[in-house]
Design a protein around this ligand. Structure first.
Ligand code: SF4
Length: 357
């Protein structure tokens, strides 16, 4: 496939993206933060988060020194919070074990927490011009169509074939090939031309060799994920109101919301007033169950969230388990809170008077 890389590079130089906030640098820290944020997240969503993050933590040293709470507060709304926790952890590893310097090859970068093969390859290609292979969702779609590969890409056999193809087309140490441009070209083609629906084959630089295009199979590839109904769960969040403040507790246990501030969570079988007394040391009376419930979809399940409002009468004991804080709704939005909890607080934002939620 001798022309694959050159066709892509020529196209990227003329039509690709050149002014994203993380482009025009070879600083591996700036590239790493962007690559982590871009996992599972669209460019236009990432840009404001990235700019705020880099303004606050301009170097790996600044990030390592930061409080995890402050890192997660900046991550709040971007989802997949393990990425933010790993970013902070990795910054500490780089300071403690790599003298504050990013490793300079993809195999070493890949040993860092939260950095997989594709992310390591992208950092190495953009920062050091290393000849290495990326295979993110966009690139999988391009290669699936270009080589006419059947089978859902999430299956390991299909994934394996795609890695082999990606390896086969990547340019090998060649002074003529700019790996940074090649890597960006693959990403850009997947994002801008070979899109999930209605790809723009007519202007695609790979069109004349593309198996799916030549075989009129573009709309069939990649093979869709076998349909599966997401399981549903229900839960109850307690909106404890004390004057103009709400109670938040920090999740210290494992789980997707680890280290984030949440409303206390109960289940429908609890007697909420007894629960508050026993678990939180708070004497409170139920006001109402706010309706309708709010739905939130995670990757692996759907969550129906009920919100029980309670008015606090007295606080007779500090809770034993999780750290807590009392904040106004406005203050809550400045903390690291999950998007699902933001949905509740947005809908039922506490007004200034104690009884008018
Ligand atoms: S010709 Fe169409 S299907 Fe093939 S790689 Fe280009 S955009 Fe994708």
């Amino acid at each position: 496939m001798p022309d694959f890389a050159n066709l892509l590079i020529r196209w990227q130089q003329q039509h690709g993206r050149h002014d994203l906030p993380w482009q025009g640098t070879q600083n591996p820290y700036l590239i790493w933060v962007a690559e982590i944020m871009l996992q599972q997240t669209q460019v236009k969503t990432v840009i404001p988060f990235y700019q705020r993050f880099i303004e606050t933590f301009p170097t790996v040293a600044a990030l390592a020194k930061a409080n995890l709470d402050d890192v997660l507060a900046l991550w709040s709304g971007l989802g997949y919070y393990a990425r933010g926790r790993n970013l902070h952890k990795t910054a500490c590893v780089i300071m403690d074990h790599y003298q504050g310097k990013f490793p300079t090859c993809s195999s070493e970068i890949q040993k860092l927490p939260g950095i997989g093969r594709t992310t390591a390859a992208a950092i190495a290609a953009f920062s050091y011009g290393e000849s290495c292979t990326i295979l993110d969702g966009n690139v999988k779609r391009v290669l699936t169509r270009y080589f006419g590969i059947d089978g859902y890409p999430g299956l390991s056999a299909t994934n394996q074939r795609l890695w082999e193809k990606a390896e086969a087309v990547v340019p090998r140490s060649n002074a003529q090939i700019n790996m940074s441009v090649y890597t960006q070209a693959l990403m850009d083609l997947g994002a801008m031309i070979c899109t999930r629906s209605s790809p723009h084959c007519i202007v695609c630089p790979l069109q004349s060799h593309c198996t799916a295009f030549l075989g009129d199979r573009v709309s069939c590839l990649p093979t869709p994920k076998p349909s599966k109904v997401l399981p549903s769960k229900e839960t109850v969040f307690l909106l404890l109101q004390h004057h103009d403040k709400l109670l938040l507790e920090k999740r210290v246990n494992q789980g997707i919301w680890k280290e984030l501030w949440c409303l206390p969570e109960a289940n429908k079988n609890h007697h909420y007033q007894s629960y508050c007394a026993q678990m939180l040391g708070i004497d409170a009376v139920c006001v109402d169950l706010l309706s309708p419930p709010i739905d939130h979809t995670f990757t692996h399940f759907k969550l129906r969230m009920y919100t029980q409002r309670l008015q606090v009468k007295s606080i007779f004991q500090q809770p034993q388990c999780n750290p807590i804080c009392w904040v106004t709704a406005d203050e809550a939005f400045r903390l690291a809170i999950p998007t699902a909890i933001k949905k509740i607080l947005s809908k039922y934002r506490v007004a200034s008077t104690p009884t008018s939620l």
